[in-house]
Design a protein around this ligand. Structure first.
Ligand SMILES: C[S@@+](CC[C@H](N)C(=O)[O-])C[C@H]1O[C@@H](n2cnc3c(N)ncnc32)[C@H](O)[C@@H]1O
Length: 327
């Protein structure tokens, strides 16, 4: 018997089927409409994802990227707590379920999962796509609004992926407080922009005040060493381009890089990286330049040369976002 396909492949296949039967022109129009709504100044008073065409466009066009960003954040988190496996998961503003797929890719197996969103069409399509993943067959797709009235049942892991930027400041606070009250671990992912980073720092501070420690990407739970307004911490996840991407964006690149920012915080002991590589390493003749965020809160450029032996080999293989030195 063949082993079941890993979640990432399953998801790609399920998404590829979504636009079957939709004329290509109509599919790209739906994506363009969606990109325009997202370009507008959110938050909005009502869901942007209004009907199946919106949601199918979102899922086909954005979900592979949000899935890869969340998966990458969760993998970095899992490295800090190798023994820990979430016994339950709630995804806030979960839309079509990208984070539920990412959790299942990082920690296989079944667990109670709730995906909460205010857009019914997104939840409906999420349920349809999740039928392709046996581990997601019992997900509860819950229609609720994130706001002051939000209360959550206790769970091990709460994820919040690409949602903070759609909320008012008051709703962001309510969301982080509700997540902190309900979960043992909270992972928040945002676009890798200065604004996304600023919202994450705000959430990070609030989680620390609520008694959490930062597990990733930061090597510490002290203040971020980036002087506000001078830079922003973010990472990159590689995403295969679908035919819809090529159609909308033109060009023939087989992949694109999704820039994202994240924070993973836990109430239980996790072991953050000694240092984290916070830019793409620069490989020069006989040396590698690594920009590191260090456990004594500071940013430093390390130069690793051939003279460092095995460490030099490791530096040549190291990637933006990795822990340094590798364990
Ligand atoms: C950019 S999508 C991200 C979806 C999904 N988390 C992902 O990573 O692909 C933002 C989601 O947040 C939901 N959302 C925005 N404001 C909300 C609110 N006040 N209450 C509940 N859901 C909300 C939207 O309906 C949408 O599904």
């Amino acid at each position: 018997m063949n082993a079941p396909a890993p979640p990432a492949e399953n998801l790609r296949a399920a998404l590829a089927g979504l636009l079957d039967g939709l004329p290509p022109r109509q599919a790209s129009q739906a994506v363009e409409r969606l990109i325009a709504s997202y370009r507008g100044d959110t938050p909005t008073d009502a869901p942007i994802l209004r009907d199946r065409a919106d949601v199918a466009a979102y899922a086909a066009y954005r979900m592979p990227a949000t899935f890869e960003a969340v998966r990458s954040a969760l993998e970095a988190f899992a490295e800090t707590a190798p023994e820990w496996v979430p016994g339950g998961h709630t995804d806030l503003g979960g839309g079509t379920g990208a984070a539920a797929w990412a959790v299942s890719a990082v920690w296989g197996g079944e667990r109670p999962v709730t995906v909460l969103d205010w857009a019914e069409p997104a939840l409906a399509l999420g349920r349809e796509i999740a039928a392709a993943n046996p581990e997601l067959k019992d997900v509860r797709w819950q229609r609720s609004r994130i706001g002051a009235a939000l209360t959550l049942e206790s769970t091990d892991l709460v994820t919040v992926s690409y949602v903070l930027n759609e909320l008012t400041a008051a709703d962001r606070t309510a969301l982080v407080d509700a997540a902190a009250a309900a979960a043992q671990a909270v992972v928040i992912v945002e676009p890798g922009t200065p604004g996304g980073y600023a919202r994450l720092i705000e959430a990070r501070d609030r989680l620390i005040t609520a008694g959490f420690r930062i597990a990733a990407p930061c090597p510490h739970s002290a203040a971020c060493p980036i002087a506000p307004g001078t830079d922003w911490c973010h990472f990159s996840a590689r995403v295969s381009r679908s035919s819809l991407h090529r159609q909308v964006k033109g060009g023939s690149l087989a992949y694109e890089d999704e820039k994202f920012a994240y924070v993973a915080a836990a109430r239980f002991p996790a072991e953050p990286a000694a240092n984290r590589i916070v830019r793409r390493p620069q490989i020069r003749k006989g040396q590698v330049l690594l920009d590191l965020c260090e456990s004594e809160p500071s940013l430093r450029r390390a130069t690793v040369t051939k003279r460092h032996g095995d460490l030099y080999k490791a530096a040549r293989d190291a990637d933006w976002g990795d822990a340094w030195p590798p364990s």
